[in-house]
Design a protein around this ligand. Structure first.
Ligand code: 5GP
Length: 126
């Protein structure tokens, strides 16, 4: 079942190509469930993307369709990446854009990890 306000998953999306090694990335961490790499257009001193290895178009798709092991493995990887980057004392922000209102650009579920400076309010106040 397709559960996202996005088109079905496409193996041509840029993160699928990174997972297949067709496009290089600055890798931070990789395990059976997740790949983490630096964002190509960083918005903070630390801006890392963590993506699941599985083919999930969005946060909605991932959390509805992924197995418990995939979900646990992915979120443990997010925590590990933040810890390994030395961000636990200073803090960090996790963010995931889902669908049009959030401006999701890449249709493969991903979590942004921002740190290295105070990152301000959660979202601009309307
Ligand atoms: P979204 O708006 O979908 O939440 O964020 C997509 C992110 O992917 C953006 O921050 C963008 O800079 C990043 N990005 C897009 N293409 C590439 C790429 O080829 N390599 C890397 N490392 N990041 C990318």
């Amino acid at each position: 079942m397709h559960v996202s306000g996005l088109p079905p998953y496409s193996e041509a999306n840029i993160f699928a190509r990174i997972l297949r090694g067709e496009i290089p990335c600055k890798r931070v961490h990789e395990d059976a469930f997740a790949l983490a790499f630096h964002d190509i257009n960083p918005l903070a001193p630390v801006h890392v993307l963590v993506i699941p290895k599985g083919a999930y178009v969005s946060a909605a798709d991932f959390h509805a369709q992924a197995s418990d092991a995939e979900i646990a493995g992915f979120w443990r990887a997010v925590g590990r990446v933040a810890r390994d980057l030395g961000l636990e004392a200073s803090g960090y922000r996790l963010l995931s854009n889902m669908g049009p209102d959030a401006g999701q650009e890449v249709p493969h579920f991903h979590v942004h990890l921002f740190g290295g400076r105070p990152v301000g309010r959660m979202v601009p106040k309307a």
